[in-house]
Design a binder for this molecule. Structure first.
Ligand code: SAH
Length: 255
């Protein structure tokens, strides 16, 4: 999968794309990143990319000519990359949008800065995505969120050992809790079922934990969770807490 990054600050991508999963994805040939510095597409002597807003007001607005020229440089014929503008006014990024993007061969991520872009640039992109209801100072960190979320779904990026299949949001649930050695840490024991070697009991306990966590932490997700008849039976069976008793949350007191 090829990502085209349209930005005023290409160097902001270097450290994240140069390490761990995203670096390995490139080494394995599953990912490719091309950077387009918007300043290189400004045609005036001073390479100006922003200007004051018509109508007055604070801040600067990104000028349309260099920005659209940079967007078009990512490809402009049939089969060109899907052009996505990062913007707090876009559709909120969800697992299903990430899954849809992961099927594409090429995506262009367009990063704004300052007060944002000249409104007319919106006619030159296909989609607009937000990473959350807050305002970042630029689109680069939002683009990195999209890259990370989408890349881990691209075949060949994650090793088989780190499969994304069982993670939070898969089938609409948060993931079950994880434990590793030691068996006891500062008075907190690992749930006995995980040490039991009983795989079916472990599976049931994990599934129940995932359901209970989702219901309590994310009641907004719970009504849309994909529950099987077996899941519902498990919940009913646990109405007295017999399958999994709630663990106390780690407190600050004992540090
Ligand atoms: N004045 C604009 C925000 C500009 S923030 C407004 O109120 O809508 C500058 C740039 O940061 C934006 O152009 C966009 O590319 C990026 N950005 C800020 N918040 C974002 C978010 N939540 N999701 C995606 N991109 C965001």
């Amino acid at each position: 999968m090829r990502f085209h990054l349209v930005t005023l600050f290409p160097e902001l991508f270097d450290s994240v794309l140069g390490a761990t999963m995203l670096q390995k994805g490139q080494e394995r040939g599953a990912l490719e990143f091309r950077r387009y510095n918007i300043r290189d597409y400004a045609t005036d002597k001073h390479r100006v990319t922003d200007d004051t807003p018509y109508g007055g007001g604070p801040g600067m607005v990104m000028k349309p000519e260099p920005l659209v020229a940079a967007i078009e440089a990512t490809g402009d014929g049939p089969g060109r990359p899907r052009r996505i503008l990062l913007s707090p006014q876009g559709r909120l990024l969800t697992p299903s949008i990430a899954g849809e993007l992961a099927t594409l061969a090429e995506i262009a991520l367009v990063c704004g800065r300052y007060e944002g872009i000249d409104e007319r640039v919106r006619d030159f992109v296909d989609d607009e995505l937000s990473v959350g209801d807050y305002v970042l100072s630029g689109g680069e960190i939002a683009a990195l969120v999209v890259i990370d979320v989408v890349s881990r779904l691209v075949p060949g990026v994650l090793g088989a050992a780190d499969s994304a299949v069982e993670e939070s949001f898969h089938d609409g649930l948060l993931e079950y809790p994880h434990y590793t050695r030691p068996p006891e840490f500062r008075g907190r024991a690992v749930p006995a079922v995980l040490l039991s070697g009983d795989h079916e009991a472990i599976r049931r306990w994990r599934r129940l934990q995932a359901m209970q966590r989702t219901a309590t932490r994310r009641p907004d997700l719970w009504p849309r969770a994909h529950l099987s008849a077996g899941d519902r039976a498990l919940l009913a069976e646990d109405s007295d807490g017999s399958v999994a008793r709630p663990r106390r949350r780690p407190g600050k007191r004992d540090g």
